[in-house]
Each structure stands twice: as C-alpha cells, then as structure tokens.
Design a protein around this ligand. Structure first.
Ligand SMILES: [Zn+2]
Length: 103
C-alpha cells in the first residue's frame, strides 16, 4: 500500500503520509477545483477512501457548495464532528464531493 509521496524539494505540495490508513492518493493530475476553476496547489491529489465513492469524477467536475470538506481518521472513516473531544484525530481533510486533499 506504500505510495510515493510527492517530493517537496521543488516546492510542490507534500501529501500526508497515508501509510496504514487504507487510503491512497490517486495518481491523477488535478488541474483545478470546482466548476469555477478554483486554484489547486500543484501536487495536491485526490484521495481514494475504501468503501467511499466520491460523487464527482474529479475536482474539475466538482460541484461542492460548502468549501468545508470533511476530516477522515486513520481508519479512513469520516469524522462527523471534529470539535467533539471524543472524536478521533483527523488525518486528512478531503472535499466531500470529489475527494481532493484540502488538508
Ligand atoms: Zn471538490
């Protein structure tokens, strides 16, 4: 399940280490986010979460209206309330419509 993280020596985005979480970065170029072509920092990727299907086929087709995203824990489960003191630690913050890493 190891995935080569993006090398940040050229200044591009360094992804979160997802080793052991079951979640993987999708090897797909992201050009922009949402239909209004929001800027995406170079190197940001979609995260595939086991058992979770993103409604949008990619960030370029994303119609997410909230901009909020959702934190996922180390088991690839969404955290419904990150402010809950009993909530597990969030690992990655993902767009709920396309899975783009917004951490
Ligand atoms: Zn999105």
């Amino acid at each position: 399940m190891a995935h080569a993280l993006i090398d940040d020596q050229d200044g591009s985005f360094q992804g979160t280490d997802l080793t052991g979480t079951g979640m993987v970065y999708r090897d797909q170029l992201v050009r922009y986010h949402r239909l209004d072509r929001g800027y995406v920092f170079p190197g940001r990727q979609i995260v595939d979460v086991p058992g979770h299907c993103w409604p949008a086929p990619g960030p370029e087709h994303c119609t997410d209206p909230s901009f909020r995203g959702c934190w996922f824990d180390g088991n690839g489960r969404p955290i419904s309330d990150i402010c809950d003191p009993d909530a597990p630690e969030g690992v990655v913050l993902l767009c709920v419509t396309c899975g783009l890493d917004c951490t």
